[in-house]
Design a protein around this ligand. Sequence first.
Ligand code: AMP
Length: 230
Amino acid sequence: MIPGVRLVLLGRQGAGKGTQCTRLARHYVVPHISTGDMLRTASKEGSEFGLKAAEIMERGELIPDDVMIGVVDERLHKDDTKNRGFILDGFPRTVVQADALASITAAAPVDLAIDLDVPEDIVLGRLAGRRVCVDCGANYSEAAPPRYNWTCDICGGEVVQRADDTDSSIRRRLQLYAEETAPLVAWYLERDLLATVDGLGALDDVTFRLMRAIDARAEARRAEGMNRAT
Ligand code: AMP
C-alpha cells in the first residue's frame, strides 16, 4: 500500500468513476471526493444552495466554475486531505477548474490524472440502466440490482434512478463532457500527468489496471526523488 496519493479521475459519465474511486480510496486509504455526491448531499439537505444546484444538475448543466472551485478549495484544506491525499471524482471538469486546482495544490501537486476510457455508445447504455442508493450513493443497475426489493445491500437505503439520468440530461452531460472536460486529457498530458486506463471489462480487472498505473507513477516519483538525493 502506498499512502498519500493525490489523484484526479477523468472519464465520461457512466465510465465507472464512482465505483472505482470507492475501491481506490479504500486501497490507498485516502478520501474520495466526489463533487457530484457533495452537491447531491446539499440538495437532499434542502439548503438554498442545494436546491439551486439540484435544478442545474437535473438539466444536465454545469454548476458555475467559481462555486465549484470554492467548494473544492475548502474541502482540500481539511486535515485528512492535507495529511493523506485525495481522489478527486468529478473535478476538475473545465480548464478553468484545472488551472484553479493546480494553484490550490501548488504545495503538494496532483500525482496523476487518469482518463478512465469507456466509449460513448457503452456509457449511454450504462447510464440508462443505472440505479443508485439515495443514502450512500452505491451504484447498481437494472441488470445487477440489489438483493432485496431495490434496498441498498450496503446501507439499506432506497435504490432509485438518478434525477439526471433522463434521456435529455444524459445527452447534454455527454455533450458538455466532450466540449468542456475532454480537453483536460490534453491539459494533463502536456504536464506529463496523464495515464489512460481502459475502463471496459470486469470491475476487478479495471481496479487492477488503475492500481498498476498509480503504483507505476508512485514508483517513478520515488526513483526521481532518490536520484535527486544522490
Ligand atoms: P456527477 O455525479 O459527477 O456526474 O455530477 C453530477 C452533476 O453535478 C453534474 O452533471 C453537474 O451538474 C454537477 N457537477 C459535479 N461536479 C461538477 C463540477 N466540477 N463542475 C460543475 N458541475 C459539477
